[in-house]
Design a protein around this ligand. Structure first.
Ligand SMILES: C[S@@+](CC[C@H](N)C(=O)[O-])C[C@H]1O[C@@H](n2cnc3c(N)ncnc32)[C@H](O)[C@@H]1O
Length: 307
């Protein structure tokens, strides 16, 4: 279904204040902002302008640029920008590859590329197909370039799966991604219900395909706050994020720990994997009655924390 909000100004991402002027009322397209509009649902040649904080991955970036050029009216302006060392220096070439004439500008460690939508952009369909959701054969599940570890299992998640016993009761998978951990959790018939959530709409869409099970609900949500209505859970499982917008953000993982503690019943278990260098132990000990290191190796630590 096409989205009727497809006119006016569009913005992809959340630029730091003062970096660039974003038109008032611009419609947010980033899949990392819960509630935002999916650019794939917007009609062709319908938007007046687009401003893009371009993501760093090549397939993801080209998908976003191609979708933006598809939805822009011919002649309408596009500004794409990114930190120089996170794909900014490759933006001009990428846009020229779609047939744009680009003016490039450098400031505040970013590259800014301005263009207008050519009358006949080239290569849009191929870039959109290359960045679209699909079944990744090596994983056997739906995924999409740009989501966490999109085309291979994460070694930290594998470590957690090795160490975790079959679970039972009602639980949650926080930051579920495409559902790699949830698939294993659901293999236990003693699991009665599983609430999955992630901030990335693309991951949530894939997880909804991958976890086609009446015990599962998948939410698109920011887990720095507990999910409404979820309490007294028997277990929580997570491989928490420690990056926000490309920068290491330890508070994010600690926020997940607090969310897990708030959602569990007394005696409920939180299974967590983390990179060995990240200081989770103090946060876990503050929020839980017991914290046990269950496995260590390959640069990861797996904890079982009981409330
Ligand atoms: C390390 S990945 C783990 C993904 C999946 N559980 C797995 O093991 O493959 C962390 C996940 O947390 C999500 N995430 C990051 N920040 C978040 C937030 N504030 N709220 C909810 N999810 C978030 C990311 O999109 C990502 O899918």
């Amino acid at each position: 279904m096409l989205d009727k909000r497809a006119t006016g100004a569009l913005i992809y991402g959340a630029p730091a204040p003062g970096l660039i002027e974003v038109p008032a009322g611009a419609v947010q397209l980033s899949p990392l902002v819960p509630g935002s509009t999916d650019v794939a649902g917007l009609p062709d040649a319908s938007a007046d302008s687009v401003t893009i904080l371009a993501p760093p991955g090549t397939l993801e970036r080209d998908f976003v640029l191609a979708q933006a050029l598809r939805v822009l009216k011919p002649g309408a302006p596009l500004v794409a920008f990114a930190p120089k060392d996170k794909g900014g220096s490759r933006l001009k070439k990428a846009l020229e590859g779609f047939g744009c004439t680009v003016i490039e500008d450098a400031r505040k460690h970013h590259r800014f590329c301005s263009a207008t939508r050519p009358a006949k952009p080239v290569g849009l369909d191929a870039a959109i197909a290359a960045g679209a959701p699909r079944i990744v054969e090596s994983l056997g599940v739906w995924s999409q370039p740009g989501v966490f570890s999109w085309d291979r299992p994460d070694p930290g998640s594998l470590k957690l799966l090795e160490a975790m016993p079959a679970l039972k009761g009602r639980g949650a998978d926080l930051g579920c991604g495409i559902g790699v951990l949830a698939l294993r959790i659901l293999a236990s018939p003693a699991v009665m219900a599983l609430a999955c959530a992630d901030i990335d709409r693309r991951a949530v869409d894939c997880a909804r395909h991958n976890l086609d099970d009446p015990r599962v609900v998948v939410d698109w949500a920011d887990l720095r706050r507990p999910l409404d209505g979820l309490a007294d859970l028997d277990f929580v499982v997570m491989n928490p994020p420690f990056h926000d917008g490309g920068a290491e953000d330890r508070a994010l993982g600690q926020g997940f720990v607090a969310t897990a503690a708030a959602m569990l019943r007394k005696g409920g278990a939180c299974w967590l994997v983390a990179n060995r260098h990240l200081p989770y132990e103090a946060g876990l000990k503050a929020a839980f009655a017991t914290v046990t290191l269950r496995a260590e190796g390959g640069g990861y630590k797996v904890y079982e924390a009981r409330k």
